[in-house]
Design a protein around this ligand. Sequence first.
Ligand SMILES: Nc1ncnc2c1ncn2[C@@H]1O[C@H](COP(=O)(O)OP(=O)(O)O)[C@@H](O)[C@H]1O
Ligand SMILES: [Mg+2]
Length: 289
Amino acid sequence: MNDLPHLDNYHVDHLIAEGGTAKVYWGIDLRSGFPVAIKELKLRHMSNASIRDKFRNMETQLMLYAQHPNIPKLVDFLDLKSQNQMYLVMEFIQGRSLEHYIYREIGLIPEQKALPIFLEILDTVGFLHRLRIRHMGITDGVLHLDIKSNNVMMTPDGRIKLIDLGIASRMGADTSTGFGTPSYMPPEQSSGGRLGKYTDIFALGVMLFEMLTGRLPFTSDKSNPREYRTEIRNKIQYEPTPLMKQFYPPLSENLQYIVERALAKNPADRYQSCEDFANCIKTYMRERK
Ligand SMILES: Nc1ncnc2c1ncn2[C@@H]1O[C@H](COP(=O)(O)OP(=O)(O)O)[C@@H](O)[C@H]1O
Ligand SMILES: [Mg+2]
């Protein structure tokens, strides 16, 4: 059983989720009575200055300044030095992850439903890519770098929220840190290359593939964790994108082509922006009618 943190102003009720870097609790803001999600950096990461800095100076600040209806709002940030803990308090998002929705509820999302949801995600990532926050030195946008179905939440009314800005980075000088989720990482992200909007575009392509077919384009046997990352990386680097039709025959070649372009091995062959990607999808939707 986990010990729940004791925080002034918040009643911490239970653990919602435990990821690689953080634990997230459900709680109540005792001042407003509103439900909140409280993200606690895991203790073993508190000793890593760069992770701590990223949590305080990037993830938290981005949530504060990147105001978008599809990004949860920051409520508070607590740096409890005496307990050697930091907590990011944010708006609680009701619902479940897109990953849960695909794999546990629906199997795959029919394109009439998947494409409007995906356009909403593209709009949110496009917003991050265009973001300017001068005092944070963000002059040319932000990369999310961990786009995946597990980091998209779906609310009961069918809207989406993009969460987990934990490894988001300033656009520009960034090269890969090795963080991220192997199945969604394009060649340049897993091999220390130069990152750009095209890096998020690849992950978005993986997610669209997943929504439309109910499976990831590049997978490997998880029972051998040592081999797992390398095998996925090799597949992404060298194997062609599988045909979506083999998993779900009704899908059209045009839609296959749209997804393949996002999944191009060479960044220059991908969509160069979320707007480009969205425009292709919108044209496709118009022509299908
Ligand atoms: N604002 C929120 N409202 C509700 N649940 C959340 C919220 N933020 C995170 N979660 C839950 O906690 C999990 C982990 O949060 P996340 O920010 O993705 O951390 P990690 O970096 O550990 O992946 C998410 O997958 C989601 O289930
Ligand atoms: Mg996450």
